[in-house]
Design a protein around this ligand. Structure first.
Ligand code: GDP
Length: 202
């Protein structure tokens, strides 16, 4: 049976982990460089055109955004990293908020790290995933905007990425290929979450 997201609603935007909702439901977080397509992906997954706000300006308030899905789990939109023009103070604030959230959120089940499929491996993403590994925070990778590359180029780009990962990882993490434009990868990603959730309740 195809798993469906039948309800999705905004819960709260929190400036720090202390302000997040009670950690009573399984939680899945999405993060990546700004402009990677995170808002578009969240809107595609939840069948909403405007649940997550599409790209704001750099320097706007960085918040942890909680959405309640099917009244049974939280989807979390974490602020993107990699804005060129953000001050050191803003970067430090972001880092503290994200570090605290990722290391202390007790109901966090998995982090989805978004990567633009067209880009060669970027230091900022590789370092972030390295840090997640060191902290033993479970994560998967989501290659976004796959409609922008022809099949052969897409495969080459991912092979190239994985070769880079295999320099420091024994195996590559679980990966999803998605496009918010043609809605590909949606079912695979959602069923992964549903599968984990059903394992949690059984
Ligand atoms: P965010 O900053 O990570 O939340 O990224 P957005 O979702 O705002 O997307 C950034 C830009 O990429 C926007 O212009 C989107 O229309 C575009 N975009 C996002 N996802 C896709 C996709 O799957 N395919 C294509 N072709 N464009 C996309």
């Amino acid at each position: 049976m195809k798993e469906l997201i039948t309800s999705a609603s905004f819960v709260i935007s929190s400036p720090s982990i202390e302000d997040c909702p009670e950690p009573t439901l399984p939680e899945y977080a999405f993060i990546g460089r700004s402009n990677v397509g995170k808002s578009s992906l969240i809107n595609m997954l939840t069948n909403h055109s405007k649940l997550a706000k599409v790209s704001g300006r750099p320097g706007k308030t960085q918040l942890i955004n909680h959405f309640l899905i099917n009244k049974t789990w939280f989807l979390v939109d974490l602020p993107g990293y990699g804005w060129a023009k953000v001050s050191k103070t803003e970067k430090a604030k972001w880092k503290k908020m994200i570090d605290d959230y990722l290391t202390q959120r007790t109901n966090l089940i998995n982090v989805f790290v978004l990567i633009d499929c067209r880009h060669s491996p970027q230091k900022i993403d590789l370092e972030f995933m390295q840090w997640l590994g060191e902290e033993e925070i479970p994560f998967s990778m989501v290659f976004t905007k796959t409609d922008k590359l022809k099949k052969v180029k897409l495969e080459a780009s991912i092979t190239n990425y994985n070769n880079e990962l295999l320099k420091s990882w024994e195996e590559v993490p679980t990966q999803f290929l998605t496009s918010a434009s043609n809605k590909s990868g949606k079912d695979e990603l959602i069923s992964d979450i549903f599968k984990i959730n059903s394992g949690l309740t059984n």
